[in-house]
Design a protein. Sequence first.
Length: 67
Amino acid sequence: MDDADLAVRHEVRAEARAKEARLNAKPAAPSAHHCIECGDDISQARRNAVPGVERCIDCQTLSEKKR
Ligand SMILES: [Zn+2]
């Protein structure tokens, strides 16, 4: 077995793993109707735009700044 064979085998395995990860991936959590931080309504547009959204735009911006 030469290096090219090894490279191909490695690639095939990586592809299989990626496929498995996709199959096992859980769908995004349902978007929240109300912000988990402040309880404000989250607009339908935002919920559609951000699957699994949990915070209103204000709290999201704040939490991203903290990081
Ligand atoms: Zn909020």
